[in-house]
Design a binder for this molecule. Structure first.
Ligand code: MN
Length: 236
């Protein structure tokens, strides 16, 4: 397979800084392995930025499986917070996707950033959010509509950096030519519903798609930092 990817990150219209961090930092093409990581930091006034960046940098630097990379990112943030009391409590989400040359991909995921697949025009969410509200929906105690406007919708049940051990969701998948994968922070999907996300992903290049998502999320309010990576699966 050949992959073509595009990356956009923006602080949005409300936040004063961008606590999201993304790898790679720019668009490109290649045969893989390709590692795509989106992290959305939280905590204090610098903590969120430190956590997301540190976690991503460590994750991409270590050898091992996608889950090992997320665990290494977790430990890096946890240890840094122990050394610096002003960073205590910092944490981050991480959605990491490894794209192999043979078209297999593996997602390793903690938190409420997301991966989606657009295949033959249909959008599917590939990850499950680790939030109080999403868990209530899975348990049948809240509807999807109630969850969308819920005041506590971004309260995480799992994040990197808070404990030396972490439970990582792993999803293996087989990609096909023509597939498009989106990895994004919740600044995209908290502002845009699935229909709007699908519309932004259709009938344009990867580069146009990521910037359309940023524009549309900002048009809808831009309440949070916005990060989107689109990866297209092309014939070799
Ligand atoms: Mn966010």
């Amino acid at each position: 397979m050949r992959y073509q990817w595009a990356v956009a990150t923006h602080q949005g219209r409300v936040r004063r800084n961008n606590q999201d961090y993304v790898h790679p930092q720019s668009s490109g093409t290649g045969e893989g392995p390709l590692l795509v990581v989106v992290a959305d930091g939280m905590g204090g006034h610098v903590g969120g930025e430190v956590a997301s960046r540190l976690a991503v940098e460590r994750a991409v630097a270590v050898e091992g499986s996608p889950a090992d990379k997320v665990k290494a990112g977790n430990l890096a943030v946890f240890e840094e917070a122990l050394k610096n009391p002003e960073l205590a409590g910092m944490g981050t989400t991480m959605t990491l996707v490894e794209f192999a040359p043979d078209g297999k991909a593996t997602i390793a995921h903690v938190g409420d950033s997301r991966a989606y697949l657009l295949r033959e025009g249909e959008l599917t969410q590939l990850t499950s959010d680790h939030t109080v509200v999403a868990e209530q929906v899975r348990a049948g105690r809240l509807t999807v509509e109630e969850a969308a406007g819920h005041p506590q919708r971004s309260m995480l049940t799992r994040a990197l950096g808070l404990s030396p051990d972490i439970d990582v969701d792993v999803y293996p998948m087989d990609l096909a030519e023509g597939d498009r994968v989106l990895v994004c922070s919740d600044g995209v999907n908290s502002m845009l519903d699935d229909e709007a996300i699908a519309a932004a992903l259709k009938d344009n290049s990867a580069e146009e798609a990521v910037w359309t998502l940023v524009e549309e999320a900002n048009r809808a309010g831009g309440h949070d930092n916005i990060t989107a990576v689109v990866v297209d699966v092309l014939p070799r």
